[in-house]
Design a protein around this ligand. Structure first.
Ligand SMILES: [Zn+2]
Length: 366
């Protein structure tokens, strides 16, 4: 019998305005930090971080992340960290900066602090890093032997970011329960390398429940750049519940279908979570989920502005041949679509993609 495994970051800290106290939470690491962020994020946060570090006499080097989370970009950052004798890595920013920081800390064997400035994916808490090619196509998952040492989320910074990013995070979080449920049914190994624990499945289920109760209100609050209790709950759902839920609950069709969409150039401007949301609808069609459940998920997507049609994903023209490509990519051997509790073929995925598109369209027109 396989082991049951749950894994999570060592510590998770969330609150409005906590970035200005960052040094008090990391000083025990006793390190020189390489702080990786893109130019935009460092422009917003570098002064706040520097002031906090100075108060605690913490040494750091700021490194500007440019471009893709690719093998080439990671090698460059790694060389910079080594040259400057950094002994811990901080990744501050969005999904790709975080993934790059994780990869660098892994290759150098250093403690890792993640400070997401948006809640658009569930990457921050996990031990997984997604690598892309220099052209932005999915390359591979990098399986790190550890989760971040600490994840720190300033909810005011999240609320200052565009609401579409929070919606994308809701899309990513939306898949968590359905993928975990599929993995449980098929007794598949999760991303943590074992069967899910009671805690992992409860977290995945609670993630979905939280979205149903708080997503719409939270999105409206973030459109006005304010933090309410609903925003706090959705940020935790998008970041922690979804992060631990997917990793120790397992991935299935929704994320594989996301990976399929990355072969279409026109979807590169869409966020990960937006493609995952459509992947979730497609998974529900694929498994012939109860109509009531399908409708609930679809209405949640529409409420928060997540795409429910191919056109909303920027896919127009030659839709049939494009969906054949998406289905072929999603069904590659080794992708998580094969964790579904039945045999999945390209033909079935192609059919589910077109049916999901029609189902979404029928609600928009209604
Ligand atoms: Zn995801």
């Amino acid at each position: 019998m396989s082991a049951k495994i749950i894994q999570a970051p060592g510590k998770y800290i969330q609150g409005a305005g906590i970035l200005s106290s960052v040094a008090t939470y990391i000083k025990h690491l006793n390190a020189k930090f390489l702080v990786l962020g893109d130019a935009f994020v460092l422009g917003l946060t570098q002064d706040i971080l520097s002031a906090s570090f100075e108060r605690e006499n913490i040494a750091c080097r700021f490194s500007t992340f440019t471009g893709e989370c690719s093998r080439n970009a990671i090698a460059t950052i790694q060389a910079d960290a080594e040259k400057n004798q950094c002994t811990a890595i901080i990744g501050i920013g969005g999904g790709k900066t975080i993934d790059a920081a994780k990869a660098v800390s892994y290759y150098l064997g250093l403690p890792l602090v993640i400070i997401p400035t948006i809640a658009s994916t569930d990457a921050p808490c996990s031990s997984w890093s997604v690598l892309y090619t220099d052209n932005g196509e999915f390359d591979t998952y990098l399986d790190l032997p550890f989760n971040p040492t600490l994840v720190l989320v300033d909810t005011q910074i999240i609320a200052n970011a565009p609401a579409r990013l929070l919606a994308a995070g809701i899309g990513d979080a939306l898949a968590t329960w359905f993928e975990a449920r599929a993995c449980r049914q098929s007794a598949s190994s999760t991303m943590a390398g074992g069967l899910p624990t009671v805690a992992a499945l409860s977290i995945a289920k609670q993630c979905y429940e939280t979205l149903l109760t708080d997503a719409k209100i939270a999105l409206l609050a973030v459109e006005r750049n304010v933090v309410t209790d609903a925003v706090e709950r959705i940020v935790e759902a998008n970041t922690y519940l979804s992060g631990v839920g997917f990793e120790s609950g397992g991935l299935a069709a929704a994320h594989a279908i996301h990976n399929g969409f990355t072969v279409l150039e026109e979807t590169h401007s869409m966020y990960h979570g937006e493609k995952v949301a459509f992947g979730t609808l497609t998974q529900l069609i694929l498994e012939n989920a109860p109509t009531e459940e399908l409708e609930t998920v679809l209405r949640l997507c529409i409420d928060v502005g997540l795409p429910v049609t191919l056109e909303q994903l920027n896919v127009t023209g030659n839709v049939e041949s494009k969906m054949r490509k998406v289905a072929a990519q999603a069904c590659l051997p080794g992708d998580t679509i094969h964790n579904m509790p039945f045999n999945v073929t390209e033909e079935k995925v192609y059919a589910a993609l077109l049916a999901a598109d029609s189902y979404g369209s029928s609600f928009i027109k209604a």
